[in-house]
Design a protein around this ligand. Structure first.
Ligand code: AMP
Length: 140
């Protein structure tokens, strides 16, 4: 499948639709997942067009992982999480629903299972507050 320039994350990257942004640098953008599977569920995307792991430039993969590791520290601190799960899906059968490569950063809390994937929208003011908490923990 060719990269679809109109996927929702491409639109966020072009500023055509809003997102609760946490951080960006030259190569990556970090924002809150609108249907969080746990409080603080954050997404890290490369700015370059890539549908999935298989067409992601290795240098871009390194940039995504560098940002992911750094943001995971902030998410863990901000939410006092007991652990962090990273998730990343490639292809519809693997559970991918948005076809621009992304890494899920999921804070985990003792005795709390993850909520369902992509099911219920969080309130914008809560997502904005969560983005603010992560920025504060990262001191940015
Ligand atoms: P995946 O199944 O790995 O492709 O996950 C796509 C993720 O994107 C899901 O967790 C959705 O909740 C999330 N999502 C969909 N639309 C948006 C959006 N406009 N802003 C932020 N997250 C989104």
């Amino acid at each position: 499948m060719a990269y679809d320039r109109n996927n929702i994350f491409a639109k966020i990257l072009r500023g055509e639709i809003p997102a609760h942004k946490v951080f960006e640098d030259e190569q990556t953008l970090v924002f809150m997942d609108v249907m969080p599977q746990s409080d603080g569920h954050t997404l890290v995307v490369p700015k370059a067009a890539a549908e999935n792991l298989f067409d992601l430039d290795p240098a871009m993969a390194a940039a995504v992982m560098r940002t992911t590791q750094w943001v995971a520290h902030g998410v863990k601190r901000a939410f006092n999480a007991d652990g962090i799960t990273l998730m990343q899906f490639n292809g519809p059968v693997a559970g991918q629903t948005v076809f621009h490569f992304h890494m899920h950063v999921l804070p985990r809390y003792a005795d709390q299972p993850l909520r369902s994937h992509g099911r219920s929208m969080a309130e914008p003011r809560i997502l904005e507050e969560h983005a603010r908490m992560i920025r504060a923990a990262l001191e940015i």
